[in-house]
Design a protein around this ligand. Structure first.
Ligand code: ADP
Length: 382
């Protein structure tokens, strides 16, 4: 009886059972008492008239008729009293049962949610029934799970931030101590190194501020119709010298009839800068990076493909998480923090797009895809 798993029906059945018990007891008592206490009147013999038997159908009632009425009254009273007690007893039993099945789990859920509110995120409820309370208990457990994971990420983030800030600071401190003690000669390249670490520290702090704004949903995005090729050419011009220096080819493959997209030019530029810096960082000399785009019905799909170190499949789902780096030591050497892609993803989402990465594996190159809405689609929707 699957319908009985609903609380609504359980409560209805329990109320109904009290009513049914009351009615059954009332019927049984009335039947029993009527049989024992109500004596049938003597039947009229043939030829006797009512006046002869002394039963007068007038306003005057016989003593027998009166006592029958009194006995009927008493039978009704007793029946009602007994059935009222039976219904009361049933109500007590049913409410004991209902409170065990409903109130106790509710108290347990309240206790668990209060413990969760106090920060005990490992707390879970145990589901004993299979009704709505079980669903509620399951939802509270899911909430607890999510809170616990968020807390773990928060702690990991704090540890990561502390580590990222400590590394350049320790380097600066070491050089300064060496300079003060005279162990290190005050040469130009030493000051340049200190300046580089200080610049990295500043950049890290700015990136983190941007990340926290992005995660709080406070990035200001002002999308407007624009041609992707304009931004692509602008960013490529910026990057060309760095690509030339490293000996990596920078190629574009944009169809001439690409429709306008709706995007914030500054934010789109930021996205392309992040993707191109990564592509350059993780592509060795003689490699190439290609920016391409293709039109679909409702969006334009942009891709940044490189022939670099690639990303092993098991790392692909995590690379957009903050501070995630596939090879921590290599990323750090090359100036990576693991924040860039997290910010990029927020920037893409804020403009109504999607972002994902693809790679055939280590050494096989990587491709980052972005979709952004086509101008006409947005106009049509508006
Ligand atoms: P980072 O500053 O470390 O590059 P990102 O968030 O931009 O941080 O990238 C996260 C990680 O994803 C990188 O540390 C790197 O391991 C991997 N990654 C990103 N882009 C590429 C790429 N084009 N080729 C190979 N690996 C990449």
């Amino acid at each position: 009886m699957s319908w009985l798993r609903h609380l609504r029906w359980k409560l209805f059945v329990s109320h109904l059972s009290i009513l049914v018990i009351g009615i059954i007891v009332l019927l049984a008592t009335a039947h029993f008492l009527a049989g024992t206490q109500l004596v049938p009147e003597p039947p009229l013999s043939l030829g006797q008239s009512a006046s002869e038997t002394g039963q007068v159908a007038s306003t005057e009632q016989s003593p027998l008729a009166l006592s029958q009425q009194e006995r009927f009254q008493s039978v009704v009273d007793q029946g009602l009293l007994i059935s009222a007690f039976a219904a009361l007893g049933a109500a007590v039993l049913v409410s004991l049962f209902v409170s065990r099945r409903i109130v106790e789990p509710l108290q347990e859920l309240t206790f668990t949610s209060q413990r969760l509110a106090r920060g005990h995120y490992h707390e879970r409820t145990i589901t004993r029934s299979d009704d709505e309370l079980a669903d509620l208990s399951q939802s509270i457990n899911q909430l607890a799970e999510a809170l616990e994971q968020t807390e773990q990420r928060r702690l990991a983030l704090l540890a990561d931030v502390a580590h990222e800030l400590r590394t350049p600071l320790t380097t600066i401190e070491g050089y300064m101590e060496g300079l003060i003690d005279g162990v290190i000669a005050p040469e130009e390249h030493i000051f340049a190194m200190i300046q580089q670490e200080a610049a990295r520290l500043k950049w890290l702090i700015e990136e983190m501020a941007l990340l926290s704004r992005a995660e709080a949903g406070q990035l200001r995005v002002m999308p407007r119709p624009m041609a992707f090729s304009t931004i692509a050419q602008h960013v490529m011009a910026q990057f060309q010298p760095q690509f030339n220096n490293k000996g990596v080819a920078l190629i574009t493959s944009l169809p001439p009839d690409l429709p306008d997209i709706v995007a914030d030019p500054d934010r789109l530029e930021q996205i392309l800068i992040n993707l191109l810096s990564n592509a350059l960082r993780y592509t060795p000399t003689q490699g190439s990076v290609t920016i391409a785009a293709e039109a679909h019905d409702f969006f334009v799909q942009i891709s940044v493909r490189d022939t670099g170190i690639g990303i092993p499949a098991e790392h692909l789902p995590q690379i957009f998480e903050r501070f995630y780096r596939v090879d921590k030591s290599r990323a750090r050497q090359s100036g990576g923090t693991g924040i860039g892609l997290t910010i990029t993803r927020h920037l893409v989402y804020a403009q109504g797009g999607e972002i994902w990465a693809d790679s055939a594996g280590a050494g096989q190159g990587s491709t980052f895809f972005i979709t952004l809405p086509v101008h006409d689609t947005v106009a049509a929707a508006a």
